[in-house]
Design a protein. Structure first.
Ligand code: ZN
Length: 517
């Protein structure tokens, strides 16, 4: 027994060492990517793609080393027991689970595929950007075909029982299947369409939009002041500026370059002032999760990060929509907003502000969508991706089918592909199976928020006095500090006592919008 325990201990220590090395390579990749997205000159793209694919190949090699296989065996990992021996601690089992999953998967994927995929994704971005700028889908089509073919190949190599999309979905949301997403999304689709219908007036415009004047949001707001106001909210949320920074880029995102280096990028000076505020709060939500998960003994390990994309998105969306767009939040922050921007808000009341940032109006662009119609944008992409992977839809037909679906779901047709099928960056970077996590994140956010209210009482009461710190502490204690030790479904169950249940999201939307309008 003691001998067995010590061999378990030894194997576990060795796996931790290997993980530390891999974590370093992953951090270096993150730094190259940060630079790619914030500063890289145009001509530097190809060399950067080679650098990143070289590192990916190295990580692939390290993860699939025969030693890792032997260690996982010593630790008792198997399909039935992916976390290995039950004598291990929960943290150790988390690491075993992570490596068992990666090892099994990557062992199947040949290095040729890994290099090709990484290279196509890195180069795809520039091709897509040009196609979007020139509003010409045909420029992007060859690159997209390659990416879809590589994803189909991946699905075949990894194998699936029910649906070829399952292995792709599992990449971004471990354990998630088409079966579950179909069930949850069909419920969500019905609920959203019913709510939109209720919010639609007899003249066809949406409740509030005809008499709602949000033009003040579209005045000129100086970039520097926007950033200052955003930083003020970030500080109140508990973003630690000694362990992170906020910069400017063309696309908002959050990333971690090391245990004490969490960065967010935002765009300031967009057409609407609301866009920079809410993308700051959104990315701030991601950053808090990353900061929280790399504290204590998880920093410097692959476990020191969010456990899944949907769980990550639950954090950003909860901050952005459920807290950041609440009336109580603005009761506290609107006077400050007015101090920053007295000219732009001269004749604007608190009520005007609250209604303006919660305006419901189905629109073309996913990232600018209101929180009611947002889910429909995701359902559209999910349905298209499934069809592409199943071979039911040809890449060349994508723009036309995109527009048909927009008409069917949101009632509008994009005037151009730039505002339609070319609007998102994801496919160009090889990511197919990613979009569903955004909507799953919304569903999880509402479920977690309900659990937070059971523990803390009215969350609005905290927002009302600007006490965002108490909200962050609850999220830290229940979710952040566990990093990736538990899977997202385990964590959701630990915190809320339930499996993923879409009714919380519907209840939240229905209550909020019947009170607002
Ligand atoms: Zn996000």
């Amino acid at each position: 027994m003691t001998q067995k325990k010590s061999s378990l201990e030894k194997a576990s220590e060795r796996l931790k060492e290997i993980d530390r090395d891999i974590f370093l390579f992953e951090s270096i990749t993150a730094l190259l990517d940060w630079d790619h997205q914030t500063a890289l000159p145009k001509q530097g793209v190809n060399a950067r793609a080679d650098q990143i694919s070289q590192l990916s190949a190295l990580v692939h090699q390290k993860v699939t080393e025969p030693e890792v296989g032997r260690l996982l065996e010593d630790l008792g990992a198997s399909e039935e027991l992916p976390g290995g021996s039950e004598e291990l601690s929960s943290r150790e089992r988390g690491l075993v689970r992570l490596y068992f999953r990666e090892y099994t998967k990557q062992k199947k994927l040949p290095e040729r595929w890994v290099r090709e995929f990484s290279n196509s994704s890195a180069k795809g971005h520039a091709v897509w950007a040009e196609a979007r700028q020139k509003d010409d889908f045909s420029l992007f089509a060859p690159s997209l075909k390659r990416i879809i073919a590589l994803n189909c190949e991946k699905s075949t190599i990894l194998g699936f029982e029910k649906h070829p999309y399952d292995p792709l979905l599992d990449e971004y949301e471990p354990g998630m299947t088409v079966q579950t997403v179909d069930r949850v999304f069909s419920r969500m689709k019905g609920d959203i369409l019913r709510l939109l219908d209720r919010l639609k007036g007899p003249d066809g415009s949406y409740t509030g939009t005809s008499k709602l004047d949000d033009s003040f949001l579209y005045l000129k707001y100086p970039k520097g002041k926007q950033k200052q106001f955003g930083d003020l909210i970030l500080r109140d949320m508990g973003f630690d500026f000694e362990r992170g920074l906020a910069a400017e880029s063309a696309h908002p995102f959050a990333t971690k370059l090391g245990p004490n280096d969490v960065r967010i990028a935002n765009r300031y000076g967009e057409v609407s002032a609301a866009s920079s505020i809410f993308s700051t709060i959104h990315e701030g939500g991601h950053a808090l999760y990353e900061m929280g998960s790399s504290q204590e003994d998880l920093g410097g390990s692959s476990l020191g990060t969010g456990t899944s994309l949907a769980m990550h998105e639950s954090q950003s969306r909860m901050w952005e929509n459920m807290i950041g767009r609440s009336r109580s939040f603005w009761e506290y922050y609107y006077p400050k907003f007015q101090e920053f921007f007295p000219d732009q808000t001269r004749d604007v009341s608190l009520d005007d502000m609250v209604l303006a940032v919660n305006k419901v109006q189905p629109s073309l662009i996913r990232v600018n969508a209101d929180e009611v119609s947002y889910g429909l944008h995701i359902i559209l992409r999910y349905e298209l991706e499934k069809a592409l992977i199943q071979g039911d839809l040809k890449t060349d037909d994508l723009p036309a089918v995109w527009n048909e679906k927009m008409k069917a779901l949101l009632g509008i047709v994009p005037p151009s592909d730039a505002d339609g099928v070319l609007q998102d960056v994801h496919w160009s970077e090889g990511m197919i199976g990613y979009f569903p996590t955004y909507a799953l994140g919304n569903l999880m956010a509402a479920q977690l928020y309900a659990a937070m209210e059971r523990d803390l009482g009215s969350v609005d009461a905290y927002a009302l006095r600007g006490d965002l710190e108490s909200i962050r502490s609850w999220l830290y204690a229940g979710i952040h500090k566990y990093g990736a030790v538990y899977t997202s479904s385990e964590l959701l169950k630990r915190v809320t006592g339930e499996e993923l249940n879409p009714s919380y999201f519907t209840d939240y939307l229905n209550t909020k919008y019947s009170t607002l309008f």
